[in-house]
Write a protein that binds this ligand. Structure first.
Ligand code: KE4
Length: 432
């Protein structure tokens, strides 16, 4: 039996059955709570900033289905738009006006994007952008950063973050050496190491791909000048700069991290928010590069459900809601209050901690820090984070079940939710 103060009988029954049916009982590894201990709660329904599990317990949610729920779960306007769209069918497999509408919204919003291709996940978006950057430059090697996660395609599963970091899978079995022999890695925020890689692999590097604000090694912000430095280095060595904004897109700012920091990559990947909770991904960028994508050009990529009307509908409505004046000011204010409050409580209760937030994305490490890269992040006390996570969960606050993930707020979170969360956190952190 799991030792909890909340009743989780039904969750335990459902999860026990799930483990006989699906590997680890989950559809995605991080959901199994392996790195925080205890068993996951089984969701019954979500609404706004809240979750209800199958035992009827309610939680304030800071995962937001890993990013999509920035307007709060099941926003009434998104649900209404989906009901209307459903009457017209669930999938066309053919051009639809909806794709034009969302494409125009993405192109208008994201500085680097002149053309866009929709796919069904962030992984697919990163797979597509990888093939495209190699085709455009006629080079094979890429640089990624330790702790950054770009989905589970073979080439990226080298010192990846998120579930790979959580589960300590530095390189997953089943990934042939050939698939990762062209993947070079560098510490995040370390321009010198990137320059050295370019010098050692002159004219062989197709591009640099990164999370412009890291969420998959815990929350790590770019140091001043890091993004600008990568822009200069990629120009200098004839390589492309790719921002993986699957997590940061429309969350760090309406135009993503590239708008926030004023650094425009050549290509961008998106996901999560632009599907409003339905399966979606996208990659886009300079017209001369995107024009190489089939059938306009020779770079093949395809997908049965790509651009499907339901995901397009949910994405369109979500972005419309995010365009409301003051949205990002509100997200910044409540998330800063939360992040600062957590750090203040840790300080007052004598726990070494660091972290921060940018807009509606935040993180907390139990280490004195500072955390500039994945090596720093791995110095944090993950066992203490596990106790923190469980304590918060038992008191009705649902945090990402891993030290190597970021936290997410939504504009459904109220000041009272933040105050309640901080009150619970004071209780929990004091007892760690
Ligand atoms: P998906 O294939 O999960 O839609 O996207 C992959 C991906 C790509 N790039 C970035 C920056 C991402 O954060 C992700 C996915 N993020 C994880 C959470 N850290 C999804 C949660 C999960 O794997 O269950």
């Amino acid at each position: 039996m799991v030792n909890t103060t909340i009743k989780t009988t039904k969750s335990q029954e459902v999860f026990a059955a799930a483990q006989n049916l699906m590997p680890g009982g989950v559809s995605s590894p991080v959901r199994a709570f392996k790195s925080v201990g205890g068993q996951p709660i089984v969701f019954d329904r979500v609404k706004g900033a809240y979750i209800w599990d199958v035992d009827g317990n309610q939680y304030i949610d800071y995962v937001g289905t890993w990013g999509p729920a920035i307007c709060g779960h099941a926003h009434p306007e998104v649900i209404a738009a989906l009901h209307e769209a459903l009457e017209k069918g669930t999938s066309f497999g053919a051009p639809s006006t909806l794709e034009n509408v969302l494409a125009e919204m993405v192109i208008d919003a994201v500085p680097s994007i002149e053309m866009v291709r929709f796919v069904n996940s962030g992984t697919e978006a990163c797979m597509g952008v990888l093939r495209l950057m190699r085709a455009f430059t006629n080079r094979d090697k890429i640089i990624k950063f330790e702790g950054c996660y770009h989905g589970h395609a073979d080439t990226f599963l080298v010192k990846a973050g998120s579930g790979v970091a959580t589960l300590g899978l530095p390189d997953s079995p089943g990934v042939p050496k050939a698939a990762t022999s062209t993947t070079l890695t560098a510490p995040y925020n370390d321009l010198e190491s990137v320059k050295a890689l370019f010098e050692e692999n002159r004219d062989e590097i197709a591009g640099v791909i990164l999370e412009p604000v890291v969420g998959n090694a815990g929350f790590i912000a770019p140091d001043a000048g890091f993004l600008e430095g990568l822009r200069e280095l990629t120009h200098e060595y004839g390589a492309l700069l790719v921002f993986d904004e699957v997590m940061t897109g429309f969350r760090i700012a309406y135009g993503g991290a590239q708008e926030k920091f004023g650094v425009t990559p050549d290509l961008t990947t998106l996901g999560k928010v632009i599907g409003g909770g339905l399966p979606v991904g996208a990659y886009g960028g300079r017209r001369d590069i995107m024009s190489m994508v089939a059938p306009a050009g020779p770079v093949y990529q395809a997908g049965t459900l790509s651009g499907n009307p339901l995901a397009m509908t949910a994405g369109i409505k979500t972005l419309e809601l995010l365009q409301k004046p003051g949205t990002y000011d509100y997200l910044e204010r409540i998330t800063k209050k939360l992040a600062d409050g957590l750090l203040q409580i840790a300080k007052e209760t004598g726990h070494a901690a660091c972290g921060g937030q940018i807009s509606a994305m935040f993180g907390l490490f139990f280490t004195s820090g500072p955390v500039h890269n994945y090596e720093d992040a791995k110095k944090s006390d993950t066992a203490k984070f596990g106790r923190f996570h469980r304590g918060m969960l038992e008191r009705g606050v649902y945090l990402a079940p891993s030290q190597f993930e970021a936290g997410f707020t939504s504009f459904a979170h109220t000041e009272e939710d933040i105050d309640q969360t901080l009150a619970v956190a004071r209780d929990v952190i004091s007892s760690l």
